[in-house]
Write a protein that binds this ligand. Structure first.
Ligand code: UDP
Ligand code: MG
Length: 321
């Protein structure tokens, strides 16, 4: 199919990056609302849709949209590399002066983007959208998310605003800095804060998913949370030292206590149960810390291998550069 309009050669002011995995049900509506919003923006724009190895007919729909809308560019991965890699690819290919990352499921309303742009025009270099309210999320998701943000705030120096997702606008400077970070277990919302720059927040109401269900099952959520913590904190590793001191201290205190109890004839510490329980507790704790060591070791191994972060199997609409 031929494209109706030739894309402008000059770099656009805005790039909107949308990662998507099996979002066929929302793609037409997403594109409709996104183009209406882009029409009203105060500058030319490009829309980079990243197909993260979808197994439904997302790619076919994206091809159709790209054929009709000259602003649309499509990056298609060779398989599912994950949300964070899809965002990374979009940012890598973005040419706009300001780059916006937004989910495909319309939970983050595209209509908020002009507000982010206003804050950017006013001088902010990183504008994150903060959820004032989350509609249609499960109790479990809200509680674990709140817990996670508290945990990461306590363990790291990073000031990730609570209740912010990946929905944000970044100035070209932030994007350039972020593009230098090539680590494999990427926690993008942490990294975009880590690079620094002048920040501002815009609050919005997060809606329910337009269609389909979450592409973040519990397993992916746990992996995402571990990546977030391990990439910014050594606290889990240091906990072993604390636990070591605690248990060594307990043992030291126990020696005189047990001796005295024996001397006065008590059989409180007598028997196998005590020994068995303490061996199991300590064995368990040691295995947990071995596991934590493994988490870090595995991540070091992934970095050492130096594999590419993602593999693009198809590019549509990038012929102008
Ligand atoms: N997503 C992706 N790759 C994945 C999982 C999710 O590109 O492996 C996209 C998904 O299509 C959506 C965004 O990441 O645009 C956020 O995912 P989702 O809405 O499922 O997460 P939730 O909002 O439930 O946390
Ligand atoms: Mg969502």
């Amino acid at each position: 199919m031929t494209r109706l309009a030739t894309p402008a050669i000059a770099a656009p002011t805005y790039t909107i990056v949308v990662p998507m995995f099996n979002e066929a049900e929302t793609i037409p509506e997403m594109h409709r609302r996104m183009s209406a919003m882009l029409d009203g923006l105060d500058g030319p724009s490009e829309l980079i849709l990243v197909n993260d190895g979808s197994r439904d007919n997302s790619l076919a729909l994206l091809r159709g949209i790209a054929a009709r809308d000259a602003r649309v560019k499509v990056l298609s991965f060779s398989r599912n590399f994950g949300h964070q890699m899809a965002i990374t690819a979009g940012i890598d290919y973005a040419r706009g002066d300001a780059v916006v990352v937004i989910d495909a499921d319309l939970q983050d309303p595209p209509e908020v983007i002009p507000q982010l742009a206003t804050a950017w025009r006013a001088g902010a270099e990183l504008v994150y959208a903060v959820r004032a309210e989350r509609k249609g999320e499960t109790w479990f998701k809200k509680t674990t998310a709140a817990l996670f943000y508290r945990l990461i705030a306590g363990m790291t120096e990073l000031k990730i605003p609570a209740d912010s997702g990946d929905f944000r606008l970044m100035d070209r400077k932030v994007v350039a800095a972020l593009k230098q970070v090539r680590e494999h277990h990427r926690f993008m919302r942490g990294l975009s804060v880590w690079v620094g720059f002048k920040q501002a927040a815009v609050t919005y109401v997060r809606n329910e998913r337009f269609a389909g269900e979450t592409k973040y099952p519990l397993k992916k959520m746990v992996r995402f949370a571990t990546d977030g913590i391990t990439s910014f904190s050594y606290v889990p590793l240091q906990l072993a030292t604390t636990a070591g001191f605690v248990f060594a201290g307990l043992a030291l205190v126990a020696i005189p206590v047990v001796a005295v109890l024996r001397l006065i004839g008590s059989d409180f510490f007598y028997g196998q149960a005590t020994t068995l329980i303490s061996v199991l507790i300590l064995g368990g704790i040691q295995l947990i810390f071995l596991g934590i060591l493994g988490e870090y070791l595995g991540r070091i191994y992934d970095e050492v291998k130096q594999r590419p972060l993602y593999i693009v199997s198809e590019k549509i609409g990038f012929n102008d550069d």
